[in-house]
Design a protein around this ligand. Structure first.
Ligand SMILES: [Zn+2]
Ligand SMILES: [Zn+2]
Length: 135
């Protein structure tokens, strides 16, 4: 299997990381927490945890957004970077943090029951009312 390397960073550059894996297409989440956390709606590509190397992470801060998961952001610039569940061996990475070109496309929308009223969903993409995984 081919594993591409991708590089990424937060807006201020204090958090820098590399990903040694092929990235999955982006799933956009419209839940209230993602919308509040990102300011719009949040989306992510997923890789296994071991594929992510944090090269600079002094300002990387983790917030327990529920009993199930935590979210990583830069405490200096506020960039919303990572999401990980405690029970799954994978990490979600914000595509906006990756160097371009990412080669990614948006594949689906989830939690659309909680979508904001300030944008329209792309009707050509699959939509799920709830989360990608149960609970
Ligand atoms: Zn930053
Ligand atoms: Zn969400």
């Amino acid at each position: 299997m081919r594993a591409h390397e991708h590089r990424g960073r937060c807006a201020c550059g204090a958090v820098r990381f590399r990903v040694h894996a092929d990235l999955t297409d982006v799933v956009a989440c419209h839940c209230q927490t993602c919308r509040r956390w990102s300011g719009y709606f949040w989306g992510a590509t997923h890789v296994s945890r071991e594929a992510l190397s944090i090269e600079a992470g002094e300002t990387l801060t983790w917030w327990a957004s529920s009993d199930l998961a935590e979210r990583g952001f830069c405490s200096q610039c506020g960039s919303s970077l990572f999401y990980r569940r405690h029970d799954v061996d994978r990490i979600s990475i914000a595509p906006g943090a990756l160097e371009s070109p990412t080669g990614l496309a948006t594949a689906a929308h989830i939690c659309v029951a909680e979508a904001g009223d300030y944008y329209d969903l792309d009707p050509s993409l699959p939509q799920k009312l709830g989360p990608e995984m149960d609970s």
